[in-house]
Design a protein around this ligand. Structure first.
Ligand code: GBH
Length: 468
């Protein structure tokens, strides 16, 4: 079959930052090597039935041993930047106390290899791998964890700060709160529902304290990577409008507004949070140099109830009582909102709707909501899961989202960079290795890396953008 020749992408600014993202627990493996401590994901995955394909992150893509090859793939791809995460339990095995020099050495080697390849390192300090020892003392439900996180941030900046310019504090505290502490479908597997809210506050506090620690080490280019997507309302009914508003509050505004505006979006909700909240907000609102957004899809939300709830099409009464299926996540029926199926768009292998224009909508709405309080934006993750190495669907996905991003920029949103999730197939959390988000295919039997069609495509885009 002859494929239509795709129209060239619009031109992005010369200094636009092009990158790809990964995270330590999803790629590194080597979980017991060189003094690394256990993370909540090691422990969670070891529990029966937690990971859908019965796998675990012990080997993952073996990046810890193969990072030189992976840096070669980055160089060949032609990206200007690589977003990876530093594993907290590699650097501070117990989360508190002794620093593991051998763990820091790995990131030191990685950063040097990246710089030698002409790729700017963009470390994220926390991508969900809390040291298990801290979790056993309450994890992010406790204030102490925020303080320990800042101490760890200081250690990493002390070692890498002479070569790293851009830093990211946290990845998606919303997911850790909801999936990890609220619903128990991610590590640490706690099912506290609204009792998970302290984990949101303490992560945000940890972010603010880490910004201060990085600044004290001279860092001038700091951001956070929050997950956001537009919330679409199922109908104009009062019940649906209220439910969608609450969802938007919890998944978008709760994590954006403390950072950008120095306040929580709702008084009642703020009253549920621990600590001297007003004082903490001053720390949380420590200015960032840019705001990172991970975008995957919009969410259509209505009031709970059976009608039209996502995944209920062919479901029996008993299954329905267990809740609705939300992109692989089971939501319990007692939540005050219910995601619905979005009809009329293609879907990824994961079942997530592909809606590029919702990225434009999201960015324009952020600009409208937050005005000049919104610093320059970087898309710190965007991508999709599809099988195979001739991944035309991934190319269409990325092409569509880059056009949507450009449209937001043309509409006046200051966007400085775009990172594809992910460089290579990896450990997709509770899904195990079954979902493939990579530009590079990984054969998990041999750990062989094979660039997919999308990798070649992006390589062409980057060459094209670099010209003229
Ligand atoms: C990110 O989280 C993570 O940062 C990254 O580690 C992970 O590998 C990657 O994305 C891919 O999952 O039912 O269609 O509405 C993603 C956060 C929140 C995105 C839930 C998808 C539900 C899809 N996700 N959302 S849908």
């Amino acid at each position: 079959t002859t494929e239509p020749v795709p129209a060239p992408l619009p031109r992005f600014p010369r200094d636009f930052l092009w990158g790809v993202s990964t995270s330590a627990p999803q790629i590194e493996g080597a979980v017991e090597e060189d003094g690394r401590g256990r993370s909540v994901w090691d422990v969670f995955a070891a529990g029966a039935g937690r990971i859908k394909d019965g796998s675990d992150p012990r080997v993952a893509t073996d990046h810890y041993h193969r990072y030189r090859e992976d840096v070669g793939l980055l160089r060949e791809l032609g990206v200007g930047a690589y977003r990876f995460s530093v594993a907290w339990p590699r650097v501070v095995p117990d989360g508190d106390g002794a620093v593991n020099g051998a763990g820091l050495d790995f990131y030191d080697r990685l950063v040097d290899a990246l710089l030698a390849a002409g790729v700017a390192p963009v470390p994220t300090l926390f991508h969900w791998d809390t040291p298990q020892a801290l979790e056993e003392r309450g994890g992010w439900l406790r204030r102490e964890t925020a303080e320990r996180f800042a101490a760890y941030a200081d250690v990493v900046a002390g070692r890498l700060g002479d070569r790293v310019e851009r830093w990211i504090t946290l990845n998606e505290p919303a997911e850790v709160t909801l999936l990890g502490y609220g619903l128990g479908q991610h590590a640490p597997g706690r099912q506290l529902l609204f009792g998970a809210l302290p984990a949101a506050h303490h992560q945000l506090l940890g972010h603010g304290l880490a910004v201060q620690a990085l600044r004290a080490r001279g860092a001038t280019d700091i951001g956070i990577a929050n997950s956001h997507g537009p919330t679409w309302t199922a109908s104009a009914s009062e019940a649906d409008t209220e439910a969608a508003g609450l969802y938007d509050l919890l998944l978008n505004r709760l994590f954006a507004e403390p950072v950008l505006l120095g306040r929580y979006p709702d008084e009642e909700l703020a009253a549920l949070l621990p600590g001297p909240v007003a004082e903490d907000l001053k720390v949380i609102a420590e200015p960032v140099d840019w705001y990172g957004i991970n975008y995957y899809q919009p969410t259509l939300v209505g009031a709970p109830g059976t009608e039209g709830a996502a995944g209920t099409d062919e479901i029996t009464g008993a299954e329905e009582a267990a809740g609705t299926d939300f992109g692989g996540i089971r939501l319990p029926p007692e939540l005050p909102f219910a995601p619905r199926e979005i009809e009329g768009y293609p879907r990824t292998d994961f079942g997530w709707p592909v809606v590029p224009e919702a990225l434009t909508e999201l960015l324009v709405s952020f600009r409208e909501r937050y005005g000049d309080r919104l610093p320059p934006v970087v898309i710190t993750e965007n991508g999709c899961s599809y099988e195979g190495t001739e991944d035309r669907e991934r190319i269409a996905f990325l092409d569509g989202h880059l056009r949507a991003l450009h449209a937001a920029m043309a509409a006046g949103v200051d966007v400085r960079g775009y990172f594809v999730w992910s460089l290579m197939d990896n450990f997709e959390w509770a899904e195990g290795y079954a979902r493939r988000f990579g530009l590079v295919h990984v054969d998990y039997a041999t750990l062989e890396r094979t660039p997919k069609a999308s990798y070649r495509w992006l390589q062409g885009v980057l060459r094209e953008q670099a010209r003229g």
